[in-house]
Every structure is written in C-alpha cells, then in structure tokens.
Design a protein around this ligand. Structure first.
Ligand code: PGA
Length: 249
C-alpha cells in the first residue's frame, strides 16, 4: 500500500511563535492516519519551533526550504545542511521553482545541494517542473528529465532511494491552475522510470501546484502520485488538517 506524503511549504510565512500556534491547532484538528506522513517546510527561523512542536510524532517531520551546499564558513545569509539539522530539520526542499526562477538558482546548484543534503543525512525533496512555454512546446518530459539528470546524475542506489521528487509544473504554482490528474500521472510515470533505472526501486514522487481541498482527492486517486507538496492551501492549520485527512480512493 502507498504511504502518502503531505508536504506543506510555508514559503515566507509563519515566524516561530506563529509556527507554534499553527502546529498546536493542526495537532488538535488532525486525526492521525497511519497511512500518511506530514512534512512541514517552515522558513529557516521557524524550523526549531516547528521541530519542537512535532517532537514526539514520527509521522510529522520538519524540513528546510533550502540549504547551501558548504557545511560551514563565511557565507553570509546562508544556512547549511548541518545547521538546519541542528535546528531539527530532517529533510530539505531543493530546487523549488521560486529558488530557480526568483533567485536564479542553477541546475549545477541543485546538484551540489542534493549532495550536501545526502552527506548530512537530510532527505532531499528535489523539485522539478517545466515552464508554460516549455509545456506548450511539448518539452515537459525533456525538461523534467534534464533537471533530474542535472541534480541526480551520479547519485545511484541507496542514496538515490532517499531522494523524494516533487513534480511541480511552474505554471501551476500559486496560479489556481493545475495539471489534470492524467497529465500529472504521465509525467510521474517518466520520473519513476528514470529513478528505477538508476537503482531506486520504490521512488516517491509527489505532485505540487495549486493543490487544495477541492482537488486533492482526485489527484491522489491516481496511483502514480505518492503525495502532494502544497503552498497556499497549507497556511491555514485547520484547512491543512482537513486536506491531510482527505479520504483517498
Ligand atoms: P501552491 O505552491 O500550492 O501555492 O501552488 C506549491 C509550491 O510552491 O510548492
């Protein structure tokens, strides 16, 4: 049976005290289900508060939204994998489309970050996805495979099995538009095949981009989707608790 992953990307919202209040509400509203895990990606300053608020719950984990690849040093403003881990992070997003397109992160950067996360023992959630023009030109699969190869080329076997992929079409993020379940499923199938060919026998591939309470059941009814990565609809703890509890066919 699929173990579903519900990941909340808070982006630049919810400071430490707000994170504590949020998680108190979430825990009061979420009736734990044994077939699913819930990951929270707070801003770096709130990782410690979120990790403490989920401490004794193995099904609730906290991750960083980004890391820098050097473990320490004179890198003003950056947070390394070991620092995020000290604050309580167990995972990290890598190559989120906002990192790539707002902050100019390159594919070479994603490769260094994946390696740094794996070296430190953080679970990387690598985000991939095409721009609208790339989709319209029929290049979706080529772009996604290029991003996978750039970030993961050379990573095989056991380390590769620890990498989770989030497929997030860029045109679907924060726009209210999302891929149809069938479209998402077709891309997931390609991602899965790429990972299996390199020794990750049971890849975990989640979908993101305008996922909400209304569309989550239909998306997760597709067996290719192992979970969802959610921005906007994860910011309200009650709505998120409801979303995470959604019955999946
Ligand atoms: P969204 O964001 O759910 O607000 O579209 C998803 C993401 O950026 O991970």
């Amino acid at each position: 049976m699929r173990r579903l992953l519900f990941a909340a990307n808070w982006k630049m919202h919810l400071g430490p005290e707000e994170a504590r209040v949020y998680l108190k509400t979430f825990r009061a509203r979420y009736n734990r289900r044994d077939d699913r895990d819930v990951w929270f990606f707070p801003p770096a300053v709130s990782i410690e508060a979120a990790a403490q608020a989920t401490r004794e719950r193995a099904d609730l984990q906290v991750g960083a939204q980004d890391i820098y690849w050097e473990p320490k040093g004179a890198y003003t403003g950056a947070v390394s994998a070991p620092l995020a881990q000290q604050a309580g992070a167990r995972a990290t997003l890598i190559g989120h489309s906002e990192r790539r397109h707002v902050f100019g992160e390159t594919e070479a950067d994603t490769r260094r970050k994946v390696a740094a996360a794996l070296a430190a023992g953080l679970l990387p959630m690598l985000c991939v996805g095409e721009l609208l023009a790339e989709r319209d030109a029929g290049h979706t699969v080529a772009v996604v495979i290029r991003q996978l190869a750039a970030a993961l080329g050379g990573t095989e076997g056991a380390p590769l099995s620890r990498v989770v992929i989030a497929y997030e079409p860029v045109w679907a993020i924060g726009t209210g538009r999302n891929a149809t379940p069938a479209d998402a499923s077709a891309v997931h199938r390609e991602i899965r095949a790429w990972l299996v060919a390199r020794g990750n026998a049971q890849p975990k591939v989640v979908y993101g981009g305008s996922v909400n309470l209304k569309n989550v059941a239909e998306l997760l009814a597709e067996p290719e989707l192992d979970g969802v990565l959610v921005g906007g609809a994860s910011l309200d703890p009650e709505g998120w608790a409801q979303l995470v509890q959604t019955a999946i066919a």
